[in-house]
Design a protein around this ligand. Structure first.
Ligand code: AHM
Ligand code: MG
Length: 321
């Protein structure tokens, strides 16, 4: 039988991280069971409240958030939890030996759930020294992440993680995540660009220019096709496997970009870099940005090295001081 997720993390890293990632995977398995029967019960639709981002919470958002939060509450190694769905971080003050901070988007792309399109769970795991201020430790640059993972609830349910020694994928089978790809590498160049092209007129001009040049083959020396699901995990997973680039620029509606630094851009940038890819906010490497607040947003250009560098060349990436 293929190696389990727990065995893999314990072999390559350590038992505490293996227990944490395994518990998150159990939570994801519960979320996937709910997603699989979404059309049958009282599971689809809005829950009737808005989250901190002013977005309608779907019933499944609430279920996924409660499931993952309960997982973290039960783990004595977790010092704090930050969720897209909760205004304030949850700090566990009675755990002097806790050493992880779990930061997650419990159900990304949830507006797609009613139309049976892929959704995902994204988790960033940061470290905090025992006894240190967990609240302050939340605002670390992404380069300090201990691990990052996502779960893609698609035709199969696939969990992809890195803890700094490569990127590995596990497929859910019989309630267990089993190793399906080890030491994954993103192609250095792909054939797809991925952006919500409805935003071109409302974005900085350089993004429209980049898309034009992907299309006519003058940016990276070949013509590109377009792919955009509108679920970040689905668009990222394709980019990890096939290469290419995903872009979410600053727009009139979202002047700082739409995606969130701590629980969307950071974990997937860690995974992209570990797979040989790259991620920038148009100016700086994503993983070097120091967050100013837990729900901060960022523009994002993520994917293969060739395309991210080419877009960066247009945008003129400025070295950090
Ligand atoms: P969410 O966290 O509220 O689900 O929003 C994030 C989603 C991403 O999955 C996706 O990449 C993006 O929003 C799509 O945005 P748009 O519909 O503006 O193209
Ligand atoms: Mg999201």
């Amino acid at each position: 039988m293929a190696m389990t997720l727990f065995q893999h993390v314990r072999q390559r890293h350590n038992a505490d991280l293996a227990a944490l990632i395994n518990a998150i995977a159990d939570g994801a398995a519960a979320i996937e069971a709910k997603i699989r029967i979404a059309g049958l019960g009282d599971v689809l639709g809005a829950a009737g409240n808005e989250n901190i981002q002013g977005e309608q919470q779907q019933k499944l958002d609430v279920f996924a958030n409660d499931t993952l939060t309960d997982v973290m509450k039960a783990l004595p190694t977790v010092a704090a939890v930050v969720s897209e769905e909760d205004d304030q971080p949850l700090i566990f003050t009675d755990r002097p030996n806790a050493k992880f901070i779990a930061i997650f988007d419990p159900l990304d792309g949830s507006s797609n759930i009613d139309v049976n399109v892929n959704v995902g769970t994204i988790v960033s795991i940061q470290g905090v020294k025992p006894g240190a201020d967990a609240r302050a430790a939340i605002l670390q640059p992404g380069s300090e992440q201990v691990a990052a993972l996502y779960v893609n609830y698609g035709p199969s349910t696939i969990l992809v993680y890195t803890a700094g020694k490569g990127v590995h994928a596990f497929t859910l089978s019989g309630g267990e995540f089993l190793l399906s790809s080890e030491d994954m590498l993103m192609p250095e160049q792909g054939t797809y660009y991925s952006m919500n092209e409805g935003n071109i007129g409302d974005s900085e001009k350089v993004y429209g220019k980049a898309i034009d040049r992907f299309r006519d083959g003058t940016l990276v020396g070949q013509k590109y096709s377009s792919r955009y699901v509108g679920s970040f995990i689905a668009d990222f997973h394709r980019t990890l496997l096939k290469g290419g680039v995903f872009l979410y620029p600053p727009t009139k509606k979202a002047p700082n970009g739409k995606l969130r630094l701590l629980y969307e851009a950071n974990p997937l940038s860690f995974i992209a870099e570990q797979a040989g890819g790259a991620a920038s906010n148009g100016r700086y490497r994503i993983l070097e940005i120091t967050p100013t607040e837990p729900h901060m947003r960022t523009p994002l250009v993520i994917g293969s090295l060739s395309e991210v560098s080419a877009v960066g060349g247009l945008i003129t990436i400025t070295p950090r001081e």
